[in-house]
Write a protein that binds this ligand. Sequence first.
Ligand SMILES: [Zn+2]
Ligand SMILES: [Zn+2]
Length: 450
Amino acid sequence: MSKFVSRRDFLKASAALAASLSVGIRSLSAAGATRPQKRWFKGNLHMHNQWSDGHPLPEWAVDWYKSHGYHFICPSDHNIFQSDQLRFDGFHFNNKPSDLTAFEGETSLWKVVSPKSGWSKLTQKQIDEVIEKFGSDSVRTITVDGKTYVRMKPFAELEKQFVEPGQFLMIPGYEQTGGCPNGQQVHMNFINVREVFPYITADQPKAILEQTFEKGRELYGRDYLFTANHPLWRYYDFSPNDLIALPQIRLFELNNNEIVGEYDAHPQGWTPEQFWDVVNAYRASHDQPLLLGMGSDDRHSYEKPAKAWSVVRAESLSTEALIEAILAGDFYASNGLDFEDIQFDGRTLSVKIKVQEEGKYRIEFIGTKKDYDPTSRVVEVTEGPRCPTRKIDVYSDQIGRVLETVEGTEGSYTLKRDDLYVRAKIVKVSDDLKPDWRSKPAAWSQPYRA
Ligand SMILES: [Zn+2]
Ligand SMILES: [Zn+2]
């Protein structure tokens, strides 16, 4: 990483500035103390298990990430935190036994085993998977009135079982799940919180986003993350105009497991990448903080490979360091490729691809010019599967254009006077490479501006 940095031309031109950024190279603080070298940590901050409607039991899900090279996760179940409070209800289930005697002194969530599989159900298959992996002691059951209740491990127990300092970290959180009366869904993650509040509904997605964000600020104070999840599900649940109106929202999901390949953008509308550029063209021209794009897999079923994740460059594998790095935009979204390095010195964005496989690689520098057309027009969308009738905004194709393409694994782009911002997207070139956010394998840097 440092080898790459030292080679870059921009360092010669602005050594002092680059030294102050110094990500990836050992740097000295004003006091002269050596700060730890930053490194990349792979994580996923959006996933589900049987605490709500994910298929596996919690320990099976956490173990999957730990054993697949992830450094950090947030088990973000729908409208619930994995506390040790005794309960029998949750997201679309309620199995409270008529007699609680058998549960005296017990803690946590107990779910009933269902004879048939189906959405949000717990079946014997998931229990057998855990017994096979962790032994029969790891599953506790109580049978009442012919129903078998299974205890879900709370967050604190999962932490004890899986967390290893410097190797694997668990961050508490949940997904605030609900929507508008017309069926438009607005989902948001609160990351690094342990307390849930009831879903705030409203007629318009913008009001839900705004009020939920405010409530979070009131309740949680600082040191947590708020993410606006999967805007494209199906077509458009909230729009770029909503996030233009709410510059306090810094994070959205650029990639989401449940969307890629399963839902298409409306033919006249925008893709998640265009969504991102529309918001950032506006924010950059109004001197507001840019919107940052996360990769999340939002896993429910674990049969298929994970399709998106985020890689964060931080000083250590701690919740504080990761949150600080994410809010500073020092991370990228990926569905298969990795950046070896990303540097921005205030004018020039330089990136290097970490090559793990032979092949042709491409870097696209994408941005919007200052004289772009900021107007939008409204298109009526008729009702379809998971898509209530609604109006969507359609924006100028001057937004989010490829400013420069580099065929290769290293490249840089210097912002011109008329550029609002630039971001880098890296892809492995193949015959069936799809455009925009469906490119795979690919990775996306955050946007940068002068
Ligand atoms: Zn969701
Ligand atoms: Zn989710």
